[in-house]
Design a protein around this ligand. Structure first.
Ligand code: HEM
Length: 427
């Protein structure tokens, strides 16, 4: 079993990791981008270097873009597909080995997770759950989201030096997504643990130990969801998992994979939007003053947080045929890396991109939720949670201050804080 896991790691991550390290040692932007977390920030000099080389340059054998229009175009262009281990562009022996070593676990970065599946299967998966995250369903959650935020903030009252990641930002989204899925409250700590170990699976070039630990937890995730779905099949309830299991268009493996995706996607990124937002706002007291005078700006402040420091920094697509973009020939099977953070700092679209301005007119045009058919399914929910939770926190504690610099998460593609000690006192 361990040999199979190791072989899969080698094919999916190990060779790439070695190549990226070699590339970083030669000072190439691709290696730096892949290995050093801060190099993926929209404001990093590596992103600037890419921009200076053109709108979609080819660097170390890979096309990369930090150009807003080109990112958006590619994300919406059906001639590009997602990066997946069974992509036909991969050499046949590699695909064969990957198929042979597939453990059938609900890995959110591998099919049949909808995030990494192309149509027609993608269309089938997304249709199954789409309406649970549509405008009507999310508007109906507003009161509950406010209640959860107030309850968490009440608890901070008795904790004058809380950690705003573990005591607030992480609790809010896990509570809401668990309720949407119908998972019990006593599972929250386990769900958070699974999320923590599963998050790196969205990246490529992982260290062996990180991959091994994540896969170990995935076996527990599979067992839990299998049992949960069995129960709901026998006694359906009014939740999204019951809806998934009632649909015989999806195999059990597809149901479990997409249930695990909804769970992880439902809180991993939102935790970081809240954490990054708190860090930005406490660093920009002038913007907080504006929000205090004009609270109707909160939804736009959330858009600006997502533009300035969105949790997902990069995604990728593979050309399904030869494509010409802006004078560059992209051959069928080529990988294109799309710097969402770079696009959100493109001065051609966002003037003075390094300024954090909650009144920015076009902040909501950011690509933090991606775009096209894979555009974030939970964007509406994340926006609602962001505006309610951040407003409630800063209205209760106008003098909220961080107690030292927040501790960054070692993840590369998710911009996240692991811990954020703070001092709170009600105003
Ligand atoms: C601030 C919070 C969030 C951010 C920044 C975010 C970001 C993203 C991004 C960038 C993608 C697309 C990646 C790509 O194109 O390759 C995505 C997809 C997705 N997100 Fe989110 N997300 C957030 C919250 C949520 C929430 C609350 C849910 C709730 C379930 C969710 C569910 C999903 C799902 C299911 C997909 C896959 C969609 C598909 O492939 O069709 N996300 N998200």
């Amino acid at each position: 079993m361990l040999t199979r896991t190791w072989t899969r790691w080698l094919l999916m991550h190990g060779f790439l990791r070695t190549y990226l390290r070699w590339s970083a040692r030669r000072g190439e932007p691709l290696g730096n981008l892949a290995l050093y977390p801060d190099s993926l920030l929209g404001s990093s000099p590596y992103i600037e270097e890419i921009r200076q080389q053109g709108r979609i340059p080819r660097i170390s054998g890979v096309h990369i873009t930090a150009d807003y229009e080109i990112c958006r175009l590619i994300l919406r262009d059906r001639r590009f597909g997602v990066v997946s281990p069974n992509h036909p562009a991969l050499p046949k022996p590699i695909r064969w080995m990957l198929a042979k070593t597939d453990p059938g676990l609900p890995n959110i970065g591998e099919p049949p997770s909808m995030l990494v599946t192309d149509p027609p299967d993608h269309t089938r998966y997304r249709r199954m759950v789409g309406h649970a995250f549509g405008p009507k369903a999310i508007a109906a959650l507003e009161e509950r989201v406010a209640e959860v935020a107030d309850d968490l903030i009440d608890r901070l009252d008795s904790n004058p030096r809380p950690d705003l990641i573990s005591d607030f930002s992480a609790q809010m989204p896990v509570t809401i997504i668990a309720e949407i899925l119908g998972l019990p409250e006593d599972m929250h700590p386990t769900l958070l643990k699974w999320g923590d170990s599963g998050a790196p699976l969205l990246e490529r070039g992982l260290a062996w130990t990180t991959y091994r630990d994540a896969v170990k937890d995935l076996a527990e995730v599979k067992q839990y969801f299998d049992q949960q779905l069995d129960r709901l099949e026998a006694e359906p309830r009014d939740d999204v998992l019951s809806m998934l299991v009632a649909n015989d268009e999806l195999t059990r493996r597809e149901q479990v994979a997409n249930a695990a995706l909804l769970l992880d996607a439902g809180f991993l990124t939102t935790v970081n939007m809240l954490g990054n937002g708190i860090a930005l706002l406490t660093n920009h007291p002038d913007q907080l003053e504006l929000l205090s005078a004009r609270p109707e700006l909160w939804p736009n402040a959330v858009e600006e947080i997502l533009r300035y420091d969105g949790p997902v920094r990069m995604t990728g697509r593979v050309a399904n045929c030869d494509v010409d973009i802006d004078g560059q020939h992209i051959r069928s099977g080529s990988l294109v890396l799309l710097s969402l953070a770079g696009a959100n700092h493109d001065p051609a679209v966002f003037p003075d991109p390094q300024q954090f301005e909650v009144t920015r007119d076009n902040a909501a045009e950011h690509l933090a939720f991606s775009s096209g058919i894979h555009g974030c399914l939970g964007a509406r929910l994340a926006r609602l949670e962001g505006a309610i939770a951040l407003r409630a926190l800063f209205e209760r504690y106008p003098d909220l201050r961080l107690d030292g610099p927040p501790i960054p998460h070692p993840l590369r593609n998710l911009h996240a804080y692991r811990s954020m000690p703070a001092k709170v006192s009600a105003g």
